[in-house]
Design a protein around this ligand. Structure first.
Ligand code: ADP
Ligand code: ASP
Ligand code: MG
Length: 409
């Protein structure tokens, strides 16, 4: 019998009516003769509400307690779906990450999965039950509850699909699939039939939050094909899969923005060996998520180091950098929280040149100033002012002709 993993995001389980619709969908899959393993997010908006609640108590909550708090969201949704399935006469059992043996390291709020023992789930499935697992959470070796980072239910689904050798891994969300840009920003964004793991990984890491980036990384590593589709209709969505030759026909697959980072510049750092190592070691020690790094040309033995940091780590970076400044003999630190990173992504870039030139030209034409640039084999990113981000995404989508369907040669 084939096993299908179905993950439903927050908007798909936003209220009791939506939960009943999910139960109907699961029932339909069962009727088609499959076993079903469901992974759920918390009810839409719940995780954000819990974060707001913690802020009313403290500005500086312990990461362990945050995980304890945030993991409750998924416990609510799984029990409610299980009850909805019982109402339909279907045997179902809800289980937390700890109960199904999702063992993680102890990096609270962004834990990494170390091991999954699929035995408990398999036993329940073999008894004919639908198993409903809480996404986004695990347990460390000291029995602390951990969470896997925002959007982490996608990772739970992909990891379980891989361990249990599921025949399909479906991610249900509130859009019809993966688009050439966020359809809420670009009206004529086009739904893609296929996208490679690498392209999706870049898009997700660069701000397309439709998929959690680490879930795509996991899928690539273990060869899991993911079907991203809507829980609001029956249409086929997008397959995230291994790279195929015909995918290179498109130079650019998508454009995205990330408005969740800030820019930090350490001014007048001594340009001597070991300084950059010291700066980034201290940032690594506080587990800060650093992204682009740029060091300026040195002048009179001093240089500036700029980098971007994810906003949720901004406060702790600010705290350690004040002390670090004196320690390394830098003048001061400048912060710019008004930035956005916009990126174009496509595996076709490997064999086509001129994409960077075109991107810079398009931005210049719109009088959008570029503050930082970074590239990889399949992406180009520019940091610009936050209030110009949506405009930049729209003009790049337009100028790279992404709304147009590719006509196979
Ligand atoms: P879920 O609650 O199902 O996990 P998310 O809010 O995490 O849903 O992700 C879905 C959202 O991702 C969409 O509503 C859409 O606005 C956004 N999104 C951003 N970039 C893209 C893209 N390239 N394709 C599709 N959706 C995108
Ligand atoms: N509930 C968590 C979040 O909002 C995890 C998830 O939805 O995947 O980030
Ligand atoms: Mg999500």
């Amino acid at each position: 019998m084939s096993l299908i993993v179905q993950k439903f995001g927050g908007s798909s389980v936003a209220d009791p009516e939506r939960i009943k619709i999910v139960a109907d969908r699961v029932a339909e899959t069962l009727r088609a003769g499959h076993q079903v393993l469901v992974v759920l997010s918390a009810l839409g908006g719940t995780t954000d509400k819990l974060i707001t609640l913690s802020k009313e108590i403290t500005d500086n909550p312990s990461d362990r307690e945050m995980d304890m708090l945030l993991s409750t969201g998924e416990q609510i949704s799984i029990s409610l779906l299980s009850m909805a399935l019982h109402e339909l006469g279907i045997e179902a059992i809800s289980l937390t990450g700890a109960q199904v043996g999702i063992i993680t390291d102890s990096s609270h709020t962004k834990a990494r999965i170390k091991e999954i023992s699929g035995g408990t789930i398999q036993k329940e499935l073999d008894q004919g039950k639908v198993v409903v697992v809480a996404g986004f959470q695990g347990i460390d070796l000291s029995n602390n509850i951990t969470t896997l980072g925002r959007g982490g239910s996608d990772l739970t689904a992909v990891a379980l699909a891989s361990v249990l050798k599921a025949d399909q891994c479906e991610i249900y969300t509130d859009v019809d699939g993966i688009y050439t840009a966020d359809p809420r920003v670009v009206a004529d964004a086009r739904k893609l039939e296929l996208i490679s793991h690498d392209e999706m990984l870049e898009l997700a890491s660069l701000g397309a939050n439709v998929m959690n980036a680490r879930s795509v990384e996991f899928a690539k590593k273990f060869g899991v094909t993911i079907h991203v589709r809507s829980s609001f209709n029956q249409k086929d969505g997008t397959l995230i899969t291994e790279e195929a030759e015909k995918m290179e026909d498109a130079v650019i697959r998508g454009v995205t923005k990330n408005t969740e980072e800030s820019k930090v510049t350490i001014l007048h750092v001594p340009d001597t060996p070991g300084v950059a190592a010291k700066v980034f070691k201290i940032l690594a020690d506080v587990n800060a998520n650093i992204d682009m790094i740029i060091q300026n040309v040195s002048e009179k033995g001093k240089t500036d180091i700029s980098f971007t940091v994810i906003n949720s780590d901004f406060a702790k970076v600010q705290k350690v950098l004040e002390e670090l400044c004196t320690e390394v003999g830098a003048d001061s630190v400048e912060y710019d929280q008004n930035i956005a990173k916009i990126s174009v992504v496509g595996i076709g870039m490997k064999s086509h040149s001129g994409v960077a030139a075109k991107m810079f030209e398009v931005l210049a034409h719109e009088s959008i100033n570029i503050k930082m640039i970074s590239t990889s084999e399949i992406k180009i990113s520019c940091v610009i002012a936050k209030d110009q981000a949506d405009k930049a995404v729209r003009v790049l989508h337009e100028e790279f002709d992404l709304a147009k369907e590719l006509i196979p040669e």
